[in-house]
Design a protein around this ligand. Structure first.
Ligand code: M6R
Length: 609
């Protein structure tokens, strides 16, 4: 999704801004641009469609400026093009704005501005902000920006510079994240901490409807209605090496290989072996409520996090016996969800910034629910707005296709299921057994990752296919959905996930020798049923790629290709079965020459509705 970087200080802004933009690349973008005040105190803007390289090539060598703003754009209004790229300017080219979010009333504002004689140059919603500031400018950039923001409706994180007041940057936030950092007389702002880490030791995350002036005199933060704000800076706990590739060709592959460590990080400090239980300090304040009152749980999320929520449903119902419903966050917010005082709502999110999930959270809170987060990014908007919750500690996930965060979310959900289960009917022995097996999981994932050559050969065989079916049952049904999502989002091959038994109600019509069908057929309680489904596909000449359990010779005879996972208990199976599917999608994408870490049209965190 769009990204913002801003810098003001003693150093050259241009390389700092470019470096920041590169750190934001993972969010997904289609064009980039910068604006700065040049040596004649004039506003200069350079913007290009495509990769940051195109922008770098367009910047003359030797440029120096102490102040600038920059942007990676992910198109919402207006096609990706040089002209629609940010920054956007007013009529006279004196005010430049970069913007994340969506201005919902931009058409009405544009008509108003055109009537006033403004010349609108682009198809974007953002450009109206620059013109509105121009329209309201009476010698004070802060006031003009404040007035403009009181007119716009929608979400924004913005940064503004102007040659009229060349020594300041105005930034403001409403619904789209912005963090500020300072170091001596250097000031940074960015939509994502990764763009500014290394420059400062602490950050301030702006709150909605706050506006800040950065200048040599320091930071001046107020609310939009002019109440002073004292920022509370938080120490950044961020290991820079974790946002570098460390010798891997792609972030996605690095993140797939980090999964053994991620599982340990999610578990760390949370095991209570003596009691066959887990400790979740993040839920401590609600412990009695969970024990006595909760009789229904709603999970809401998007994309891969929604798949993890489906697994959470199976886990909690099985281990804790509490009814669980799973909702797409984008649907939840527009329904009238039934929530009473005994309903717990969990939002699951890697980024903590997904607009639909955030809106669902707010809707649930409005209805009086206690809302809990299962979140990866520490300090993100969702992490801050939930009543309580757990971090999954997967570390920064840069590849647009979520892999390690998914695994961490399942582990997080399992911990919650054991926690709730032990308050109810889950025995000490069962709890202890789950934990013991969970602790063995990282080594099993290590072993599974060694199967990469075999999986690559399967991907080679099928990379030119136009369609895939992914089928699984029970815990492996959400894995079928996730495997299909991974395949389509990075390799652009159409793939559908189904509960295996649903195949006969429609998708079976698609089966012929050209249809690869990925079956997740592990030795669990419904193994025999899945084998029957494989037989049905084989009877129609389908090509079967099976993910099975080590030692299952019958499956080897039945399927065209098999990848084995090590034996484990049922509740842990999905954490293993997803791994070969992540690798298969990865290799299919690489072999097809796709941009694995930044697939077309996709954004890492979808901060617009
Ligand atoms: O950051 P979130 O977990 O809230 O993101 C939700 C989805 O946008 C995300 O999982 C998306 O589906 C990924 N591209 C999946 O790989």
């Amino acid at each position: 999704m769009c990204g913002i970087v801003a810098y003001l200080g003693k150093n050259n802004a241009i390389p700092l801004l470019i470096k920041g933009l590169k750190r934001l690349e993972y969010r997904g973008y289609d064009s980039t641009g910068i604006a700065f005040i040049d040596k004649y105190k004039k506003l200069a803007v350079i913007k290009k469609k495509g990769k940051i390289k195109n922008l770098e090539n367009a910047i003359p060598e030797g440029l120096f400026s102490n102040i600038g703003i920059a942007h990676t754009r992910w198109a919402t209004h207006g096609e990706p093009s040089d002209i629609n790229a940010h920054p956007h300017t007013d009529c006279k080219g004196e005010i430049a704005v970069v913007h994340n979010g969506i201005i919902e009333n931009f058409r009405a504002i544009r008509d108003f501005l055109v009537n006033k004689g403004h010349k609108i140059k682009t198809d974007t919603d953002t450009e109206v902000i620059a013109h509105l500031i121009e329209e309201n400018y009476r010698g004070d950039l802060l006031e003009a920006t404040r007035m403009a923001l009181n007119i716009v409706e929608g979400t924004y994180g913005i940064a503004v510079i102007s040659s009229k007041e060349p020594d300041k940057i105005i930034i403001a936030r409403n619904g789209s994240p912005l963090a500020i950092a300072q170091n001596n007389n250097n000031y940074f702002a960015a939509s994502d901490a990764s763009a500014i880490i290394g420059n400062s030791e602490s950050l301030y995350y702006m709150k909605d409807k706050e506006i800040c002036v950065m200048s040599k005199e320091g930071l001046n933060i107020t609310t939009l209605d002019n109440t002073p704000v004292t920022p509370e800076f938080q120490k950044i706990e961020f290991d820079l090496s974790r946002i570098e590739k460390n010798g891997f060709p792609h972030f996605m592959l690095k993140e797939i290989y980090e999964q053994p460590e991620v599982v340990m990080n999610t578990i760390r400090g949370r095991i209570d072996m003596e009691n066959g239980d887990v400790r979740l300090n993040g839920l401590k304040n609600y412990e009695e409520w969970f024990r006595r009152d909760v009789n229904r749980i709603i999970f809401t999320a998007c994309g891969t996090s929604w798949h993890a929520s489906l697994i959470a449903e199976y886990l909690i119902e099985k281990l804790a016996g509490i009814p669980v419903e799973v909702e797409y966050a984008s649907e939840f917010r527009y329904r009238n969800p039934i929530i009473d005082k005994n309903t717990a709502v969990f939002v699951v999110t890697q980024s903590g910034e997904t607009a639909d999930t955030l809106a669902a959270l707010r809707e649930a809170k409005k209805k009086g629910a206690n809302v809990f987060g299962i979140c990866n990014v520490v300090g993100s908007t969702i992490a801050r707005e939930t009543d309580a919750g757990i971090y999954v500690h997967a570390g920064p996930e840069i590849g647009v296709a979520s892999t390690k965060a998914f695994t961490a979310q399942i582990v997080g959900a399992l911990l919650i299921a054991v926690y709730l289960g032990r308050m109810r009917n889950l025995s000490y022995e069962e709890g202890k057994n789950i934990i013991e097996n969970l602790l063995k999981l990282p080594a099993k994932i290590e072993g599974l990752l060694k199967e990469h050559d075999k999986i690559k050969k399967i991907a080679e065989k099928f990379k030119d296919n136009k369609n895939f079916l992914y089928l699984g049952r029970g815990f492996n049904f959400p894995i079928a959905l996730e495997g299909a999502l991974k395949m389509k989002e990075i390799s652009y091959i159409h793939a559908e996930g189904y509960p295996a038994a649903e195949m006969k109600h429609g998708p079976i019509a698609l089966i012929d020798e050209n249809m690869p069908v990925v079956f997740i057929a592990t030795k669990d309680s419904i193994y025999k049923k899945v084998i029957n489904n494989i037989e049905e596909v084989k009877a129609r000449n389908g090509n079967v790629i099976a993910i099975g359990t080590k030692g299952d010779k019958k499956l080897a005879k039945l399927a065209n290709y098999v990848v084995y996972i090590p034996k484990t208990i049922d509740v842990l199976i999905p954490i293993l079965t997803v791994i070969p599917l992540q690798l298969m999608a990865y290799y299919a994408a690489v072999l097809n020459g796709c941009d694995v870490d930044q697939p077309r049209n996709l954004a890492k965190s979808v901060t617009v509705e």
